[in-house]
Design a protein around this ligand. Sequence first.
Ligand SMILES: Cc1cc2nc3c(=O)[nH]c(=O)nc-3n(C[C@H](O)[C@H](O)[C@H](O)COP(=O)(O)OP(=O)(O)OC[C@H]3O[C@@H](n4cnc5c(N)ncnc54)[C@H](O)[C@@H]3O)c2cc1C
Length: 450
Amino acid sequence: MASQHFDVVIIGGGISGTALLFALSRYTDIKHICLVEKEPELALINSHGRNNSQTLHCGDIETNYTLEKALEIKASADMLVNYMLKQGGDQQLVHRYPKMVLAVGESECQELRDRHTLFARHFPYMDLLDAKAIGRIEPMVARERKDEIVAIGTENEYAAVDYNLMAKSFVTAAQELPNKTIDIRLATAVQSIDLQQGRFRLDLNGHEIEATSVVVCAGAHSLLFAQRMGYGLDYSCLPVAGSFYYTPQVLKGKVYTIQDDKLPFAAIHGDPDLLELGKTRFGPTALILPQLERYRLNSVLDFLRVFKPDLRVAQVFWDLFKVKEIRRYMGKNILFEIPGIRSRLFLRDARKIVPSLKLSDLSFAKRVGGIRPVMIDKANRSLLLGEAKISPGNGIIFNMTPSPGATSCLANAIKDLQIVAAHGGHRIHQDQLNDELLTPQPPAKNTAQP
Ligand SMILES: Cc1cc2nc3c(=O)[nH]c(=O)nc-3n(C[C@H](O)[C@H](O)[C@H](O)COP(=O)(O)OP(=O)(O)OC[C@H]3O[C@@H](n4cnc5c(N)ncnc54)[C@H](O)[C@@H]3O)c2cc1C
């Protein structure tokens, strides 16, 4: 029997794969698309709200971003807001509430003031807030505070997303379009991909389908698929897990802290949990784990397959661990996982955000927190922070998506859409795409009083 043929097959039903499904079906004339997901539901791995920080990254409170990166991520975030306003029905997919980045102590405060001078023109809704203004928005942040504090913040901006809901909404929006065949296969793992005579053949547990183009949005597993086909052999993977701690509700919005320049992993923040109503969540921690998916023991073997240690990988580890601050930080993050001592240790970090927190307020969030598959670029002997894409030019694309991969899902989907449309000779509905997704969001009027 001939295999069923699709214009495009997407592997992975997280936020990346579902955003691409939506973009291809709405903004191109591609008709037959199949999305294959190994789990029984969409977006259960890193895109589930339990496993990520639920942040719509806009570059305004993340001091680990340069101005250039901040503007790029803001444009990606605007696409999600545009999607919600124009396509998402009346679902609350993106939440508005206060957000700020907090500086504690003289040197951080000076750094933040300088950052505000540089960023203010581009993020006019963000104000420089003194202790009094901070206390009015987030009383618990200013209470019992000995050191000087300053923040850059706003009271009512788009700040948080339940990416699991967003992923489901993308699929529904695609399925509602007329004249399109959208085939969603859940609980179906892709075993292998072969390229034969210009067509891709995918083995789905013994059942075969064919495609003109394939986009692999399988998180860290994308690299495994690539390497099995002989691509991406110059990459290895450093999986960085993130855990969280719960407290009773002490914050109204997101409070980020200043990034330590010496550390490649984002500093912790606190925010209201969209899924555990009435709780504030602090984190994420940063723990190197030999797994491609958190809490999935069978992904240890997959990690070993992509890790492929050699002298170049050893050099990257040496460069990381020769820095005293990174060694200390990684050691501390291991201790953050050990029952009995972890809450006591984490309390010190969480108190930077809410000084009055008590040990009894903190509880480790069990089985919460995913894995950021940070790529190791062997050729340049460096870590590639942010998303990575392998596109050999023959109709297959592999996406690896550490943070802020959820925020960038539509921006990344549009890059893939262009590659896939060109490969298959399809038309892009560019005017509609510009009109619906690419218009920048006008900045909301700030209500915070500096
Ligand atoms: C602790 C933490 C905090 C984060 N916070 C944020 C944040 O606040 N904001 C933000 O923008 N980003 C954040 N991120 C990053 C974000 O979660 C990811 O970038 C995003 O979820 C990646 O989506 P994805 O669809 O590419 O991958 P995933 O959500 O991991 O989806 C991949 C899918 O592929 C499927 N799959 C794998 N192998 C196969 C196979 N063989 N066959 C079929 N299906 C397969 C998996 O089951 C899975 O559903 C965070 C990540 C972590 C770990």
